[in-house]
Design a protein around this ligand. Sequence first.
Ligand code: SF4
Length: 695
Amino acid sequence: MNMETRSTCPYCGVGCGVIIEHDATQITGVRGDPDHPANFGRLCTKGSTLHLTATPVVMQTRRLLRPARQGLPISWHEANTEIAAKLQAIKNAHGPDSIGFYISGQLLTEDYHAFNKLARAVIGTNNIDSNSRLCMSSAVVGYKQSLGADAPPCSYEDIERADCVFIIGANPAWAHPILFRRLEDAKARRPEMKIIVVDPRRTESAEFADLHLQIQPGTDVALLHGMLHAMIWEGWVDTAFIATHTEGFATLKQLVRDMPPREAARICGVSEEQILQAAQCFATSPATLSLYCMGMNQSSSGTAKNTALINLHLAAAQIGRPGAGPFSLTGQPNAMGGREAGGMASLLPGHRDPADAAHRSEIARLWGMADDSALPETPGKTAIELFQAAERGEVKALWIVCTNPAQSLPEQALVRRALERCELVIVQEAFAGTATAAFAHYLLPAATWGEKEGTVTNSERRISRVRTAVPPPGEARADWRIAADIARAMGMPLGADTPEQLWLEHREATRGRDLDITGLSYALLDERGPQQWPFVDGQGTERLYADHRFATADGRARFVAKPFKPPLDTADARRPWSLTTTRLRDQWHGMSRSGVVPRLFGHEGTPALSLNPQDMARRGLAEGDYVRITSARGALVLRLRGDAAIASMQASVPMHWGGEFVGGAGGINALTQPGFCPDAKQPELKFTAVSLEKL
Ligand code: SF4
């Protein structure tokens, strides 16, 4: 019997709608959903091969099928009882903050809600952070500091409405392919549309641009301040908008006075003329949209970069209008939903703040806790801090859900020492063989795409349903249910026993908040399709701040004045190369899902270090040579390839492969920098100083 189920792609934050073809026992095909407003039926190579991640062979050979203790199968009853007892014992002996949760932007909003309740209400700790910390936390803090709320103001439709598209620190041609198709279509329809790309590499997105500013890595803030300097002194800013709707311009003007385009050009390694051109196009186009991603976020200056970009939008009044605004492209499929549900150490549900006693009381009441001061006050540890604390022996138990920190976190040597030192490591995963699974005391099999029910929110604040087509293989269970069962085994049931019940609790936490979705329901999403928050008066909201009233207490946006600071690593005589990590078109994160599809290796089959061919020739290096790459934190060996897209003295490596392929524990993250942005706590994965030695 052929059946079809509408759902959402589990890979990137574009959030494309998919139609799963199946026979109720097995997924047989997938195609784009023509009615989904994110993709209108299109899918990229990853999305269009999703059914190949669910073949019978994959189910038998690559999926986790039953719970295991120290590698040996046990029953769910044994797993739940033992884990609950061990967590309780660790809590009793060392306090609730000796337990930490490291969860994932791959989880559904309902899963996030369940784990958030388990951590904060049952265990009593704010130590719950997500791998979104590696992805979007700089964008979160940038939005909050500048506009008052973690709310991307734009819609995908703005791509079609913009006159100038300013892409910085992103390669959407590969990382957000379906959005890039929309951009290509818009440019074909309106060739006068200007596209500017800022990127140290000449990526496919840069090739497509009218203007490519090939800046030195890590110099974005200097560039953006230089552009603002030009806008101010050329008279391209909107003084009436600044006076009426913003605060803090005088301080920022003073700061960027010291960053004239000539100085910015010197720091960034581009021409003064290019900076002036970009500034004029940004400020004077009828509508300017900026698109940005990991190059802006994965930085020790992540918040400074994000706020410097939003400063440009505010100064030129390029916000709150069709085709205009700062638009962060979410990396993961539900990093947004996780933020809404408060599933990070620095957040509470409904965009609340765990440091705010009134917010904690509101959530305690919503969660039905007898004591409305019961939620923990101690600040939670963010991702890097959590593993550093585990390495020091302060965090004794780590519960890792749907993510692979033994590959994806920086400074892998420390991460692995942390996992080895923990008394209890619980790893909850759908796919077998991840690097982190090797450290698990308990390995719990999770259901995944096509097998579970819930919702996700994409980059444009659009909530889509994720639906079950087939049952999970073996004894795998939905992530939310695994959390709920342990809570029950600890004597504190979560009080919601279906995805919809969990979602309704989450929905209630948004009442009266900037992301209010109390008008939405599963039934309405089923009937009318995906909707954007806030959902008020029976309608989603396409664009925020159309009335130029921002989410701050006084309704005025803030100019944020943060100076340019270089990256934490310094490329010097000892380690002269600037290494960055990149994404491939056809792979996803640590490849636990995309890696089971042989076809996806047709684009790039093995990892390699890319260098500029002229740099290679000058050093007597040839394509296929092997080099040892050494940073202050570790070393590994990789094959070389020449790539003219890479500037001189820079190097790049795809982030997808783990240690088993590249001869260093933890893959490329054996080398990367754990230092982070002081505001966003997002580590600097995009800049590592390295030396190279031919083998
Ligand atoms: Fe999936 Fe992203 Fe590709 Fe859309 S663009 S099909 S969401 S990976």
